[in-house]
Design a protein around this ligand. Structure first.
Ligand code: TPP
Length: 343
């Protein structure tokens, strides 16, 4: 039993010491992982581009705290944090980004096509709004199987202007699918401010048009996200139909690796950095464990990330000879023998 070292607020106490400390570790893991990716790009060790979720960690960590291992999760182009929150191992994600065969997709998927079926993580996705119908389909498969899993779908506020969002929400509502749509509203789709392109201030308001219950939460506060996600996921799991959570958040970095951030002010960035979800979680954890333990967690997570990268770097480069492996199935593997219809 951990000793309570300071008076604890009711909301904190409800989350529980173990959960708060675990959420802090997970959020730190995401932060340090992303900082390492940023560092690697800066030194030309990773190719292509990447989209970092630094600043947004409270959302995946809070939502994942309400999930079971057998629940589905569908991600976006900004998806490393989602996968880590679902249980992804940093070493295997680094390996994937480095194009190593030890990566989750044998180094052939990279940052935007990172899928881990063993974790029920149905993929990051380079198509804005592309994950929304996938999650809706996952919800339909759960409904048809008759069990009580849920599918969680992350997407940005920019994606809520895509047709896939509207079509999927309508279908999910009509069929009462067990899907939790989680909008990470970081206010900007690349350089476009949401207020300039949306008739309503909140994505949550759109859910009402499809008869879907929606709630807005402070997406910089993992405990508040966890509290809301616990209630919403429970209701969806019990057969209440789809729901939408809109988490107001902010990405501290640019959209991707080539973004001078001319569309927003440094003052605005500083204001949001003052709400840093990692600092808030550290303060929450400090209600239960001494400062020395917090420092120990930081050092431990940092060392784990460095070890994960070192291990990934030592892996074997994915071979171009294997590029098409897994793309096409052999006919005899998918059609029962003796049952092949002639064309
Ligand atoms: C169908 C499609 N249109 C445009 C793009 C280019 N694009 C990549 S990310 C992005 C912005 C997405 O914004 P949002 O959904 O709010 O997510 P965020 O980047 O803020 O996390 C756009 C327009 C794309 N990848 N796919």
């Amino acid at each position: 039993m951990r000793q309570k070292i300071k008076p604890v607020e009711a909301a904190l106490a409800a989350a529980g010491a173990l959960n708060v400390v675990e959420m802090y570790k997970k959020a730190l893991t995401i932060r340090y992982f992303e900082e390492k990716v940023d560092w690697l790009f800066g030194r030309g060790k990773l190719g292509g581009t990447t989209h970092l979720c630094i600043g947004q960690e409270a959302v995946p960590v809070g939502v994942a705290s309400a999930l079971r291992a057998d629940d589905y999760m569908v991600s976006t182009h900004r998806g490393h944090g989602h996968l880590i929150a679902k249980g992804g191992e940093p070493a295997r994600i680094f390996a994937e980004l480095l194009g190593k065969s030890e990566g989750y997709c044998k180094g052939r998927g990279g940052t935007q096509h990172l899928c881990v079926m063993g974790l029920n993580f149905l993929g990051t996705n380079g198509i804005t709004g592309g994950g929304i119908p996938i999650a809706t389909g996952a919800g339909l498969s759960i409904k048809l199987s008759g069990d009580d899993r849920v599918a969680v779908c992350f997407f940005g506020e920019g994606a809520s202007n895509q047709g896939t969002f509207h079509e999927s929400l309508n279908m999910a509502s009509v069929w009462k699918l067990p899907v939790v749509y989680v909008c990470e509203n970081n206010m900007y789709a690349m350089s476009t401010r949401f207020a300039r392109i949306s008739a309503s201030d909140d994505v949550a308001a759109r859910a009402g048009a499809y008869g879907i219950e929606a709630a807005i939460v402070d997406g910089m506060d993992a405990l508040k996200v966890a509290e809301l996600a616990g209630k919403v996921v429970g209701r969806v799991r019990a057969g209440g139909g789809p729901a939408l959570i809109e988490a107001k958040t902010y990405r501290f970095c640019g959209h991707s690796k080539s973004d001078p951030r001319t569309y927003r002010t440094r003052e605005e960035e500083e204001m949001w950095k003052g709400k840093d979800p990692i600092k808030r979680l550290a303060a929450a954890a400090a209600e239960f464990i001494p400062g020395s333990e917090i420092e120990g967690i930081k050092r431990g997570v940092l060392a784990m990330i460095e070890d994960a990268y070192d291990a990934a770097e030592k892996g074997s480069d994915s071979s171009t000879d294997a590029a098409l492996d897994g793309v096409y199935a052999k006919r005899e593997d998918i059609v029962p023998q003796g049952n092949i219809q002639s064309a």
